[in-house]
Design a protein around this ligand. Structure first.
Ligand code: B12
Ligand code: SF4
Length: 333
């Protein structure tokens, strides 16, 4: 079916939002027609006077002030009217918003406008904002939102799209809460996603790749969660357990991005594991690729040219399972 995916502010502007790209990949892999609207980057690129700093990381709490967001919509009225028309023109019957702390108010505001224009469109909110029960409940107190996905959307959202296409109604699946004629129905606990190798590649084809700050870079998620549970950490409260991609799978996605997009396939890797390291290294050596980490000191994922693991530095410390690694691949396909 036709689906639209929307990223409202705020998110960063360096590279495309990975959650949205992952959902786009899962939907298109399942045969759905996807239109992507990264409104965050479009607004950031044409920010009006008075809003210059609002995309700075430390300013994200401003996006949690209803008054600020209402004013932002007023000041950008022409932009939002234009986007509303674009979204409606896709004829998407299912409209998904990717929501994190900082984008929930702007997402709600745009969702209301969509519903007012055409109440038949089904609006679903997903993203880590909804992983927290209180947030999911408070979002659903607004009748604009037809359903929330409270965990990974990789499997659930394509299933929702397929059922909606077939029956005209959103199904109540594990990890979702859906507004039905009988009221809100909770589909029960989130189904964990343990096998990241089985997840379709992220799809960046609908994103305005020319607008991001670093155009040769695309993100990949190599893992979710962590085997540790440090009390100060923001990872384990959101992802229970730990799952990772093997090097074969990760390398295949890297190469696919490199083939499809005008980038050097720079990537944020997360949680390199030992099988990951050996598999990735094997590919690099075979393909004549060179792996280099230009910025961060996360050498644990890197190998010497002869394939030996350099397991020093960061890997000796505990904090090794949920860090980002920026790696640039150079060389030819
Ligand atoms: C990587 C990351 C970033 C990167 C993103 C890079 C990129 N290109 O996307 C950067 C560094 C930019 C970033 C920034 C921010 N982040 Co951040 N980030 C993360 C991190 C570590 C991983 C997120 C990720 O990409 N995961 C991989 C993807 C595939 O998973 P995902 O995004 O969760 O998407 C899945 C589901 O959420 C869901 N989903 C997502 N979108 C949608 C849409 C629909 C329709 C559906 C159905 C499902 C769905 O399905 C996806 C696939 O399973 C998490 C913490 C963590 N360990 O998970 C925090 C996290 C998501 N970030 C968070 C926040 C708040 C931010 C900031 C807004 C502010 C801040 N304090 O950091 C800033 C942005 C501010 C700014 N102005 O720049 C919070 C969100 C909290 C919440 N409850 O909403 C988290 C959980 C960290 C935390 N505990 O504070 N972040
Ligand atoms: S080791 Fe790092 S990623 Fe894991 S729980 Fe501790 S701080 Fe978080």
């Amino acid at each position: 079916m036709k689906a639209a995916l929307i990223q409202c502010p705020v998110w960063w502007t360096v590279d495309p939002p990975l959650g949205l790209a992952q959902i786009a990949g899962c939907l298109s892999h399942a045969g759905h027609e996807v239109s992507v609207f990264d409104l965050n980057i479009e607004l950031a690129k044409k920010r009006l006077p008075g809003y210059e700093n609002l995309w700075n990381w430390e300013q994200f709490q401003f996006w949690n002030h209803p008054g600020m967001v209402a004013r932002f919509f007023r000041d950008n009225a022409a932009f939002f009217e234009g986007q509303l028309e674009r979204i409606l023109r896709t004829e998407a019957g299912l409209i998904g918003f990717s929501v994190y702390n900082g984008s929930q108010l702007a997402s709600l505001e745009l969702a209301r406008r969509i519903k007012r224009a055409d109440a038949r469109r089904k609006i679903v909110f997903g993203g880590q904002y909804l992983f927290l029960e209180d947030n999911a409940e408070s979002i659903l107190s607004d009748p604009t939102v037809d359903a929330v996905v409270r965990g990974p959307g990789d499997e659930v959202f394509p299933e929702m799209a397929a059922a909606l296409e077939k029956s005209g109604e959103l199904p109540v699946l594990p990890g979702t809460t859906v507004r039905t004629k009988e009221g809100l129905k909770n589909g029960g606990p989130v189904k964990p996603l343990r096998d990241l190798d089985s997840v379709p590649f992220a799809d960046f084809s609908g994103f305005p790749l020319g607008l991001y700050d670093v155009q040769e870079r695309l993100p990949i998620h190599g893992s979710r969660g962590c085997v540790w549970q440090c009390h100060f950490c923001s990872s384990h409260p959101f992802w229970t357990g730990y799952s990772y991609m093997g090097g074969d799978r990760l390398f295949a996605e890297l190469m696919e991005h490199k083939r499809r997009y005008p980038c050097e396939a720079g990537n944020d890797f997360r949680a390199p594991s030992q099988p990951f390291r050996s598999q990735l290294s094997r590919h690099h050596l075979r393909g004549g690729e060179r792996l280099a980490a230009p910025s961060q000191a996360h050498e644990q994922a890197l190998h010497d040219a002869d394939g030996r693991t350099r397991a020093q530095g960061h890997s000796r410390r505990r904090h090794r399972h949920d860090r980002q690694l920026y790696v640039r691949l150079s060389g030819r396909n």
